[in-house]
Design a protein around this ligand. Structure first.
Ligand SMILES: Nc1ncnc2c1ncn2[C@@H]1O[C@H](COP(=O)(O)OP(=O)(O)OP(=O)(O)O)[C@@H](O)[C@H]1O
Length: 342
C-alpha cells in the first residue's frame, strides 16, 4: 500500500474503524468522535436504537427484538450498511456544517497492515456510502507510528507494536515505509476471553463482558483492593446470580498466556530485518500503542522478552487516528531520497 501525502492533504476527515472503537478526526478541528463500534437495532422495524457508548451499555441486556451488533470484526468492516448508519449517527451534527461547505469531502481511513483487497474495498465502500468523493487508505502501522511521534521519515529504524481489541500489529519502519511487519489475532478481546474462561473454570461462574473491566483496574492497582476483587455473574450450574472474590495474581498469570503470541510476532519481525536496523532499535527501543498497550504488565513482558527499551505512547488508544490527522494537516514532510538530484 503506497500513500500520497499530497492526496492525503486534500482529505477532510480521517477515520479509524476499529473492532472496539471508532475514531474520527476532522481537519483543522481534531478528534470529533471516539466511541465504541457498536450499534443497537430493533430487528422488528430495522430502526437504529442507539450507537456507541449507549449501545455498548445495552450489550447482554436486551429483549429478543433488540440486537446489539458490531459492524467491524478482526480488523475489517463486516457489515458495511450498519457501519455507515453508525458512522452517520456518530458524526451527525459535528460534521454536517463542514460537509455542507464542501459538498463531498475526501476521506482517509486506516486499514490493517495486510488487509486483503476485500477488506480494503469494504473500508472504501463504507466511506463512499457516506458521501466521500475519494477515499485514501493508510496502513494503521504507519499512521500509529506518526501519531506516536516516531521519526518514520528518517533513514533509521523505528519499531511499533499496536495492540488493539482484535489484533496486534508489529512493524519496523524506516524511510517512511514498512520494512517488515506481522499481524496476529491477539488483542484486548483475546485477553478478556482468557479471563472469562479462567473465572468459569476456577469458580464455575459466567462473567458478563462488563465485569472484566474492574479486573483490569485491579491489575493496574487502581481497584479497591490489591489482592482480590469481587465480581458478580451467573452460576454455571444453578443459573443463579452469585458473587466471588477473584485472586488478582491468578488473573495476572492468565493474561500473560495470550501475550506470548505478540512476543512471537515481535521476534519474527526482528528476524526479517537487516542487522543495521535491528542495531538502531537496541538504542531507540520499541513503541507500544493501541488501547491494550496500557494492560498492566504488558510493557514489562515485552521488555523482558526482547531486552530492548520500551515506551508506551502518550495517547496509545488514539495515536492511529491522530497520526492520520497529522498527515491531513500536512505535518508529515515527504521524504527527499535524493536531494542532490533537485
Ligand atoms: N485500561 C485498560 N486496561 C486494559 N485494556 C484496556 C484498557 N483500556 C482499553 N483496553 C483494551 O483496549 C482495546 C481497545 O483498543 P483500541 O481502541 O486500540 O482497539 P481498536 O482499534 O478498536 O481495535 P483493532 O485495532 O483490533 O481493530 C479493548 O479490547 C480494551 O479492552
Amino acid at each position: 500500500m503506497t500513500i500520497s501525502l499530497e492526496r492525503l492533504r486534500r482529505c477532510t476527515i480521517a477515520v479509524d474503524l476499529g473492532a472496539a472503537r471508532t475514531r474520527v478526526y476532522l481537519k483543522r478541528t481534531g478528534l470529533i468522535v471516539d466511541e465504541p463500534t457498536v450499534a443497537a437495532v430493533n430487528i422488528r422495524t430495522g430502526g437504529l436504537i442507539g450507537v456507541g457508548a449507549l449501545a455498548e451499555r445495552m450489550t447482554g441486556r436486551t429483549p429478543p427484538h433488540i440486537r446489539v451488533v458490531r459492524p467491524v470484526a478482526g480488523g475489517r468492516v463486516v457489515d458495511i450498511a450498519m457501519a455507515q448508519r453508525m458512522l452517520r449517527f456518530l458524526v451527525g451534527n459535528k460534521l454536517r456544517r463542514a460537509w455542507r461547505r464542501k459538498a463531498l469531502p475526501s476521506a482517509a481511513v486506516c486499514v490493517p497492515h495486510d488487509a486483503d483487497p476485500l477488506a480494503q474495498r469494504a473500508a472504501v465502500e463504507t466511506l463512499t456510502g457516506l458521501g466521500a468523493r475519494r477515499v485514501e487508505l493508510v496502513d494503521t502501522l504507519l499512521a500509529a507510528a506518526v501519531g506516536c511521534g516516531l521519526p518514520v521519515e528518517r533513514p533509521e529504524a523505528t519499531m511499533i507494536v499496536v495492540c488493539g481489541a482484535a489484533t496486534t500489529q508489529v512493524a519496523v519502519l524506516s524511510l517512511g515505509s514498512i520494512v517488515a511487519a506481522e499481524r496476529v489475532p491477539v488483542g484486548g478481546e483475546t485477553i478478556d476471553h482468557a479471563v472469562v474462561q479462567h473465572v468459569r473454570n476456577e469458580h464455575a461462574l459466567m462473567l458478563p463482558s462488563q465485569a472484566v473491566h474492574p479486573l483490569h483496574l485491579a491489575l493496574a492497582g487502581a481497584g479497591p483492593s490489591v489482592d482480590d476483587t469481587e465480581v458478580h455473574g451467573r452460576d454455571v450450574a444453578t443459573g443463579l446470580a452469585r458473587s466471588v472474590r477473584i485472586d488478582i495474581e491468578g488473573i495476572r498469570a492468565v493474561v500473560r498466556t495470550p501475550l506470548t503470541g505478540v512476543l512471537d510476532a515481535v521476534g519474527a519481525v526482528l528476524r526479517r530485518c537487516p542487522p543495521d536496523l535491528v542495531a538502531d532499535l537496541a538504542e531507540r527501543g520499541i513503541m507500544l500503542a493501541g488501547g491494550s498497550a496500557v494492560l498492566p504488565g504488558f510493557d514489562s513482558l515485552l521488555r523482558e522478552a526482547t531486552g530492548m527499551p520500551l515506551h508506551i505512547a502518550d495517547r496509545p488508544d488514539t495515536c492511529a487516528v491522530e497520526g492520520l490527522g497529522a498527515m491531513l494537516e500536512g505535518k508529515l514532510r515527504p521524504v527527499v531520497l535524493d536531494p542532490l538530484a533537485s
